[in-house]
Design a protein around this ligand. Structure first.
Ligand code: SOE
Length: 384
């Protein structure tokens, strides 16, 4: 397959990031099947027309069902809020389209399993947007682990911290409503950490968690509540977690700790992990995404310590496609790399990785943590 014709749903943050990736792939990865930006869909006719023009789509529509009926579309790329993922995925599979869906895959584990069954039965390619797997420094950590250079893994500790909810006046947007988002920091950020843990060191067996919604009510957006009355904006309840923390045991014997929060002042996109093994350790922080801190226990004692490796050498994943060593890359490159994997997989007639199986696995851990919180006990992953 020389070309993959794309129809995309959603044009905000992720819609823009994915559109940008489709534009960059042919320039930097010319051997990958070329994405053709056929049509973009959104509810607001004026805004989606503007997005189509600005991002470079051939056409636009306000009806995603119409998009699915088009014969000149091979791949449906879903960047809409989580509550519509299931319906669009099921309809895309029925229409025989490949699917690229943002995370978390669905509102619940049951929904995500249904989505997996549908794409597998339809025989289409499916991918879930765990883009942080595609950071070259994360790939380097994975390589060191797989080659046994860290030895036996004892610890995996990870945190994804943001601070955009620290202001109690921040409005009650869709990401703060359970019926639209499924959960809060847990599904938005924790889902990424869980996927990274699966990717880097394998499956978990049991978890125990806790969560909190620190700001219980927030002002309704003006589009819903109208202008403030007597200087006061009407408020509504926050129905998701601001922060979720949990401990885990891994099948390989390691102990894990996870922290996801959107209310940690000063942390903008601190998606970070540390892994300690018998022969070495690694440390990664997305706010310094080009670097991996590496420690090897067999370094001579007088120079032992963490060293900073800049993952921009041609020997590092994806780096050769970009700039000379030391000329760093950014967030958008994670999306470009995942898009390369998707297009390559379609061209080679294989499933991309991560796919819906990984999406379901992440959702399973999310739900086991929720069960453990609800029942104030350890929960096994197999229970859910
Ligand atoms: C918002 O909190 C968000 O954009 C997430 O939805 C993304 O998945 C994460 O990459 C960055 O933060």
């Amino acid at each position: 397959m020389k070309q993959v014709r794309v129809g995309m749903i959603g044009y905000k943050f992720m819609g823009k990031a994915h559109s940008h990736a489709y534009r960059d792939v042919p320039m930097f990865f010319p051997k990958v099947p070329k994405p053709v930006m056929k049509t973009i869909c959104g509810r607001d006719a004026e805004a989606v027309a503007q997005a189509a023009e600005q991002f470079g789509w051939e056409s636009c529509t306000t009806d995603w069902r119409e998009l699915l009926q088009r014969e000149d579309i091979d791949l449906v790329d879903i960047n809409a809020p989580s509550h519509v993922h299931k319906e669009i995925v099921l309809a895309s599979a029925a229409a025989g389209k490949h699917v690229f869906c943002e995370k978390p895959l669905a509102l619940t584990l049951a929904e995500s399993r249904k989505m997996l069954r549908a794409v597998e039965a339809a025989g289409v390619k499916h991918m879930v947007g765990f883009n942080y797997r595609f950071v070259p420094a994360v790939r380097l950590a994975k390589k060191l682990i797989d080659e046994g250079r860290l030895g036996h893994i004892y610890h995996f500790r990870a945190w994804f911290m943001q601070d955009w909810l620290i202001d109690p006046e921040f409005p009650l947007v869709w990401r703060l409503r359970k019926e639209v988002a499924g959960s809060g920091a847990h599904g938005d950020l924790g889902a990424h950490l869980i996927d990274l843990a699966h990717y880097l060191i394998g499956d978990m067996t049991e978890v125990v968690g806790m969560n909190e919604t620190f700001v219980k009510e927030r002002p309704l957006p003006e589009s819903e509540a109208g202008a403030p009355v007597d200087g006061r904006q009407a408020c509504g309840p926050v129905t998701v977690d601001d922060a979720t923390l949990f401990l885990a045991r891994f099948a390989g014997g390691a102990l894990g700790s996870f922290e996801a929060t959107r209310i940690a002042g000063g942390c903008r996109c601190r998606n970070a992990f540390e892994i300690n093994g018998s022969e070495g350790s690694v440390k990664f922080d997305f706010e310094r995404m080009n670097e991996l801190q590496v420690f090897f226990a067999d370094d001579p004692g007088d120079v032992q310590g963490f060293r900073r490796v800049l993952a921009t050498d041609p020997s590092h994943a994806y780096a050769e496609a970009w700039w000379p060593p030391g000329h760093t890359i950014g967030y958008e490159h994670t999306i470009i790399h995942e898009t390369v994997e998707l297009l390559q997989a379609i061209g080679e007639d294989r499933q991309p990785v991560p796919n819906f199986r990984d999406g379901v696995k992440s959702q399973q851990v999310l739900e086991a943590v929720d069960l453990s919180i609800a029942e104030r006990r350890w929960a096994s992953i197999q229970e859910v």
